[in-house]
Write a protein that binds this ligand. Structure first.
Ligand SMILES: NC(=O)c1ccc[n+]([C@@H]2O[C@H](COP(=O)([O-])OP(=O)(O)OC[C@H]3O[C@@H](n4cnc5c(N)ncnc54)[C@H](OP(=O)(O)O)[C@@H]3O)[C@@H](O)[C@H]2O)c1
Length: 334
């Protein structure tokens, strides 16, 4: 039995993590819930017991075997070295360490072997990258992967709890007759509109950090350093669940039927794809589920050896919390 800590336990990902932990049976005998001074003293019901949230401090990690961090990159940079020095293995949801060569970037059903090379910290990929990897791994293995092009349609929950609240408030304003609501979270209002920028602009080539994460993290996880990746990340007025339009170019030809059968055979993937019955996955449908959902599978009319599909997952679960718990499970050997 082990002591496990969650830093960021009161956030959108942290609360989802508690739900996932309730559903699983990890060998945990003590769960320490950590956040900022703001939430210290608040209580959370976990497996029938009331747990009190504590403000994180240097003493928080004493005796902790696994510390799952989901409190943003600044807090991870500050507290991960302290937790590691106290003997914990940190599973980090933030972008702080993902691209460090000595930090494995792990999707539990794609590259679980990578966790063995950690030196105290294991990183969870960004949510948009996470849901794409289980689709790409079998394609890479069977026919080789040359290029991926992705357009994301990211839910506001990917920004955190404050963005969910903002969308609800802006939407209420619009429904009350105000077509020009105050922008509460992003540079422009998100209610009833689409923002062609998710994340912040990074570098001088016109890309956002979300787009660059898709490029670099995909290459690292798939161990394909030369994979060509093009991404456009958008934010849509969806509470939860990221959708992605994905185009793949493979080294050897792969028919749409063979691609569909390949995805169907994967344990964590559900294919929902039937034009006659209008069967396809949506963000609402994926919410609350751990798997990745795929539809609109077809050959790309515009590229030789090209395929296209639509990939949906719950960004708080599959995109963050469930994978972190999967990694904790691997670490605790349960
Ligand atoms: N949302 C997603 O889909 C998603 C997916 C993948 C990765 N992530 C990553 O997961 C992390 C958390 O995201 P989120 O969406 O859960 O954010 P969130 O809803 O804003 O929650 C942030 C959490 O961090 C805590 N926190 C903030 N400042 C702190 C401080 N100074 N000291 C200690 N704790 C502090 C907050 O505690 P208080 O209650 O005390 O403020 C809260 O528990 C981020 O790194 C994000 O990039 C998110």
């Amino acid at each position: 039995m082990a002591k496990v800590a969650i830093l960021g336990a009161t956030g959108a990902v942290g609360r989802t993590m508690l739900q996932v932990l309730e559903e699983r049976s990890l060998p945990i005998d003590e769960l320490v819930l950590l956040a900022s001074e703001r939430s210290a003293g608040s209580t959370v019901l976990f497996k029938g017991k009331e747990l009190t949230v504590q403000a994180v401090s240097a003493e928080s990690f004493e005796g902790v075997a696994v510390a799952i961090f989901s409190a943003g990159a600044t807090r991870s940079r500050e507290w991960a070295p302290i937790a590691v020095a106290a003997g914990a293995t940190v599973v980090d949801n933030s972008s702080a360490f993902r691209m460090q060569p000595d930090v494995p970037l792990v999707v539990a059903d794609v590259n679980p072997h990578a966790i063995h090379s950690h030196s105290g910290i294991i990183a969870n990929p960004n949510c948009s990258t996470m849901q794409l990897m289980p689709i790409l791994r079998p394609v890479r293995d069977a026919v080789g992967l040359e290029r991926i092009t992705v357009a994301t349609y990211q839910a506001v929950s990917g920004t955190g709890q404050s963005a969910i609240d903002a969308l609800r408030e802006e939407a209420a304003d619009v429904l009350a007759g105000n077509d020009d609501p105050e922008a509460r979270q992003y540079p422009k209002p998100i209610a009833f509109d689409v923002l062609p920028v998710a994340g912040s602009f990074s570098g001088d080539q016109g890309y956002t950090d979300e787009e660059l994460k898709l490029v670099h993290e995909s290459r690292k996880i798939l161990e394909l350093p030369d994979l060509r990746v093009s991404a456009t990340c958008t934010r849509v007025p969806v509470i939860n669940g990221h959708s992605e339009a994905v185009w793949l170019e493979t080294r050897e030809p792969l028919s749409a039927a063979a691609f569909r059968a390949m995805l169907d055979a994967e344990a964590g993937i559900t294919v929902l794809d039937d034009a006659e019955t209008m069967t396809y996955p949506t963000a609402r449908q994926a919410t609350g589920q751990d798997g990745v959902f795929v539809g609109r599978i077809r050959e790309d009319l515009g590229a030789p050896n090209g395929l296209a599909c639509w990939v949906v997952a719950d960004n708080l679960r599959k995109g963050a919390a469930s994978n972190a718990v999967d990694i904790a499970e691997l670490l605790l050997g349960s």
